[in-house]
Design a protein around this ligand. Structure first.
Ligand SMILES: [Zn+2]
Length: 450
């Protein structure tokens, strides 16, 4: 029996209602299952495998969705389509099978609703897409790590809400059945992989076209056009962003090690510091007794959590993005060093193209800038008369209040509110063992500054 939707009567229901399956969705599923079985057994011998397929389809059509829109099932129509799929599968030749595969992949690419069935472009970024050995290896990993059930739920939702044509529905059932026959479900994910790769290739060509046109007219790259392209091919945005980040990694590292100062406003550095401190303290609270913690590892985990959460804020993104691009361009114009200029140009280009990989780079730049700033105390704060002498000052009310008054006096209320919010959560947490925190700060490279 297939492991897909293999739910016992007393299991928790898969619809997420917290009720037992038998008291929730099972009756509706069984009703469809019985009806399909009755209709299909007239023309087909119901093997164990056929039973499995009917069960999975019945779950897909019988499970409750929150949204009221999910429509009642036309079992008559459904059984006719299943019958068609089964008859066709009985007569498959190798050629017709390949053709059907391609037709399904085309449908995945052409139908707007089916565009959600793509792999994250980032996992495709590190491989040669035309190397079949690499693609096969990836497929193995995908089938192991992605859930067939989740995909079937998503499909069920679409089918029951979006009225695919009968022809499309037939292809979708083919796709599902092929995936279920194959115990590894690789055949199911293979078509998603194929659609993803074709998307990336097509978008890549269009991208080159855009860049070429820009060169010929000697204009700057039209960001809006690229934005449109990314919207049309989200898998490409992801793929391309990671690829570009990979490309500029060494240059970015070089720039971060240099004297270049990104001139972030202090509230941004302060906010990031508080967020990290808060994450550290929370980690300590959760992991007590902390004598055993592998500190370096946990520090990385914590940055993974705290970084993206910090960068979610619109105000942070806008401010940091502005500072970064301004600094890169200004430094590039001023510099006489050809090598540095080239590196700056590459990193600038990365930031000008709107991909999601920006966040990773921004996070690294803010972190490095924060460390540089705190390593070189005392520091004057923005254009105020406030001077930061020690890191510890950052978690004292006195310093905080002084800085907030400065922001408010300058009319930077949004920034002040933002900091107040972070400070509130951090302050409580900072009541715990400062001695312990000190140790962790060695991992930030700030141990002796604390
Ligand atoms: Zn349920």
């Amino acid at each position: 029996m297939s492991d897909v939707f293999d739910i016992q009567r007393n299991d928790e229901c898969i619809c997420g209602s917290d009720k037992k399956y038998k008291r929730c969705c099972l009756p509706a599923v069984e009703k469809i299952e019985t009806e399909l079985m009755r209709k299909l057994s007239d023309d087909f011998s119901i093997t164990a495998y056929a039973k499995d397929l009917i069960r999975v389809i019945s779950v897909m059509f019988g499970v409750k969705f929150d949204e009221a829109k999910a429509e009642a099932v036309d079992v008559e129509k459904l059984s006719n389509i299943i019958a068609q799929v089964w008859s066709a599968q009985e007569e498959f030749s190798k050629d017709s099978f390949l053709k059907l595969n391609n037709d399904i992949a085309d449908m995945l690419r052409e139908n707007e609703n089916l565009k959600i069935f793509r792999l994250p472009g980032s996992i495709l970024a590190h491989m040669e897409l035309d190397d079949s050995e690499q693609v096969d290896m990836l497929l193995n990993q995908i089938a192991d790590n992605f859930s067939m059930e989740e995909n079937l739920f998503a499909l069920a939702y679409l089918i029951r809400n979006n009225n695919f044509t009968d022809d499309e529905l037939e292809k979708i059932l083919h796709w599902i059945f092929m995936g279920l026959i194959d115990e590894t479900h690789q055949s199911f994910f293979e078509l998603i992989l194929q659609a993803s790769i074709e998307d990336i290739n097509e978008a890549g060509k269009k991208f080159e076209q855009i860049i070429k046109e820009e060169d010929e007219t000697a204009c700057r790259v039209d960001i809006a056009e690229i934005h449109e392209l990314f919207k049309e091919y989200p898998v490409f945005e992801d793929y391309f962003g990671v690829h570009m980040l990979e490309n500029i990694k060494d240059d970015l590292e070089f720039i971060l090690k240099s004297e270049i100062d990104f001139k972030f406003p202090f509230f941004l550095i302060y906010g990031f510091f508080l967020k990290l401190t808060s994450a550290i303290t929370q980690m300590f609270i959760q992991n007590l007794p902390y004598a055993d913690i592998n500190k370096e590892l946990n520090f990385m985990d914590m940055l993974i959590d705290a970084g993206p959460e910090f960068l979610k804020q619109e105000i942070i993104i806008t401010e940091s993005y502005g500072c970064i691009t301004r600094t890169l361009i200004e430094t590039m114009e001023k510099s006489k060093d050809k090598d540095l200029q080239e590196k700056l140009a590459k990193v600038t280009e990365f930031f000008l193209l709107p991909t999601g990989a920006h966040l990773l780079a921004i996070e690294e730049i803010i972190l490095t800038s924060m460390k540089k700033f705190l390593e070189n105390l005392p520091q004057a704060i923005d254009d105020s008369t406030i001077v930061l002498k020690s890191i510890e000052q950052l978690i004292t009310d006195e310093f905080f209040d002084k800085y907030i008054s400065y922001l408010e006096l300058k009319g930077l209320n949004e920034q002040a509110e933002f900091l107040k919010e972070i400070y509130k959560e951090t302050n409580i947490k900072c009541q715990i063992e400062k001695a312990g925190l000190k140790e962790i700060f060695y991992n930030l490279g700030l141990g002796d500054k604390w």
